[in-house]
Design a protein around this ligand. Sequence first.
Ligand SMILES: Cc1ncc(COP(=O)(O)O)c(C=O)c1O
Length: 429
Amino acid sequence: MLAILGGQPVCDVDWPLWPQLSDEGRRRVDTVLRSDRWSVCGRARGERSLERQFAELFAAYCGTRYGVATDHGSSSLVLAIESLGLPAGAEVLVPAMTWVATATAVYEANLVPVIVDVTASTGCFDPTAAVARLTDRTKALIAVHHYRSLCDMPAILEFARGAGLAVIEDCAQGHGAVLKGRRVGTFGDVAAFSMHQTKVLAAGEGGAVITDDAEKYERLVQLRTDGRGYVADPGFDAMEVVDGRSVMGTNHCMTEMQAAILLSQLPLLDEQHAVRAKSCAVIGRRLDDLGLPPFGQPAGVEQESVYKYAFRWPVEKRRGVGLEAIAAAISVEVGFPVYRADPPLNEHPLMRPATRPRYRAIDSSGAFEGIRFDTPVAHGLAEQTLLFHHPPLLAPEYAAHIADAVEKVAQSIDELAAHEGEIGAPDAD
Ligand SMILES: Cc1ncc(COP(=O)(O)O)c(C=O)c1O
């Protein structure tokens, strides 16, 4: 009998907690807390700020020349978009499947998000669908690597070059993934990352922007630091940031405590990718056998970065049972939350630009209320996609339990159908 109906769950496991902080991380945070420098804007003591050190190391890890640390993934996106210097009201193509921040960041940068359908296998930006969305106001696109899948960057870059568009990568869910020998974030003009507490690099809140372009870097630092830029070598008892003189900014700086945590986590990231990959291999094989396939990848993925594990439960395997009930049943079997994917942006309850007068002023087209965004592929995918967060994947010795739980629910679908009315939906994150 299914655990949600009173039977025995397939396992009773203490799943790994997330985020995690090593002893070294605790020491680093403690050192910051004992100092009088908790921000880049505090007086330097002859050393560069930790947030600057982290940004440099993270950029080097990804494979770009420059990096800027920020307070959130959302602000990283706004800064990345603003670093392009586009005219107000320009249109930016955004994939239908992503977190709402990808589109709200476009509004925050005084631009108009235009929603593009996704590729069926990966759920990522589909350049062939984007062609019909081009207008003479289209100036950029945002490629979002998400749900463990990566964008087909060579195809997206070819489309962007042909259409004369700048490319921003939203890597909030893709730290360290490698496609055709390059880490994500190195393909476009500029890339944004999130270090929110759920992400695979986690500081509670936090973010970063990376680029290879020196001019964009100078702009990004000033946009982030109230118009101030770094001095080359901070002296003792001196400011490390001074009037940058070229662009007005706002404050989106990362604290020294966040940077201390991230400096301790970055060296562990690839090792953790390898551990999650072991779990994914076990789970992926079993789900494929059950006809509940994990999301696919474009050709050339050499390293996955798993933020959320996504798989499909097609309608024909549901006997009329809703995705919420299936998610709830798996959650109780396995002991952590499994939930359904977000709807496409154009159907997302959190996408309400008309509630913000200044967004209405940017976009008078009635964007999200209109029929302009027909995204049948994203809609169909969202209707059959289940997800769970990455922490359980850090225990590969228990990976089979996850597959067992899914299999048990698949085999008990008739039992679930008979009792669906008694089951509540699990909470999403
Ligand atoms: C694809 C994507 N972009 C942007 C963000 C925003 O990041 P943050 O929550 O750090 O603002 C997220 C967060 O989940 C995300 O998944």
